[in-house]
Design a binder for this molecule. Structure first.
Ligand code: IPE
Ligand code: IPE
Ligand code: MG
Length: 261
């Protein structure tokens, strides 16, 4: 029997260097732009503009801290249901932000990727997305993933469709479809799964974000609205993450024993 107290099991292991306790992949639902604007009697779109500034700050902060990947939920497959003028402003904002930021991102050695269904976007935006991905593909710093017209259920359905095509082509047998095989057909299969999920603005839900990839992600919710979210809030989330004990179905004792080994 291991004689660890529950406190010792929950506390972060003192011998684990801080860098190893840093989440390698952070996924964020950037929520609260509309409320930020409403609190100031501004149109909701002013909140989205301010939110875009936060993206720049947080991307830089993640890159500086040595976080490997950051996935930002920018537009969900359900967000098309918003009033048309708001959707149009969001599309224009994506375009202008992408155009204005790509050089800075490239200079900072950031690799930009998009997940989601691009075909619904205006064709100029689709071109920018493709160009931005090509231009930064060889960069080795932070991988910045923008989830745009993305939905977790879309991702899983797409994986199922792709795997069915392999079966129909005779390249895969049905018995070979396991969680590990299906995983390869989901978005971000080449990245580590998110370690830390952050949602701003007080809502405690996933809203169809990375359903498959977040099976063992640590969840962190903050009241802070996205336009007000800053590097200190990111650090607070990372500190909370560092204090969590991830058990992946095992017991606390097994985890503590693994740490000492
Ligand atoms: C998140 O902020 C941005 C997008 C969904 C594009 P919201 O626009 O959802 O802000 P609230 O939830 O209305 O405050
Ligand atoms: C989730 O936020 C999607 C994005 C942040 C892009 P929403 O504001 O759309 O989520 P719900 O509707 O409150 O669940
Ligand atoms: Mg919202």
């Amino acid at each position: 029997m291991v004689a660890d107290t529950p406190e010792a099991l929950i506390a972060p292991a003192a011998d684990v260097p801080a860098r190893e306790r840093l989440p390698q992949h952070v996924a964020i639902v950037m929520d609260g732009n509309g409320r930020w604007a409403q609190q100031r009697s501004l149109p909701r779109t002013a909140g989205h503009r301010e939110g875009a500034r936060t993206v720049r700050r947080i991307v830089q902060a993640c890159n500086e801290r040595g976080i490997g990947a950051l996935t930002l939920f920018a537009f969900s497959s359900e967000n098309w249901q918003r009033p048309r003028p708001e959707v149009e402003v969001l599309m224009n904002l994506f375009m202008t932000t992408l155009r204005g930021e790509i050089r800075r991102l490239d200079d900072a050695n950031i690799r930009l990727r998009f997940i989601g269904e691009p075909s619904a976007f205006p064709s100029t935006l689709q071109d920018y997305i493709a160009k931005a991905q090509r231009r930064t593909a060889g960069n080795t710093g932070l991988t910045l993933v923008i989830a745009a017209n993305y939905g977790g259920r879309w991702d899983i359905a797409r994986a199922a469709r792709r795997v069915s095509e392999e079966v129909l082509a005779g390249r895969l047998r049905c018995e070979q479809i396991t969680p590990d095989t299906l995983r390869h057909y989901t978005c971000l299969a080449d990245l580590p799964e998110p370690d830390l999920f952050i949602r701003t603005a007080g809502e405690q839900r996933i809203s169809n974000f990375l359903l498959w990839q977040m099976a063992y992600t640590e969840l962190y919710f903050t009241e802070r609205l996205w336009p007000d979210f800053g590097p200190a809030d990111l650090d607070a989330a990372c500190a909370a993450f560092a204090g969590r004990e991830r058990r992946f179905g095992m017991t606390g004792e097994q985890i503590a024993r693994g740490r000492r080994a």
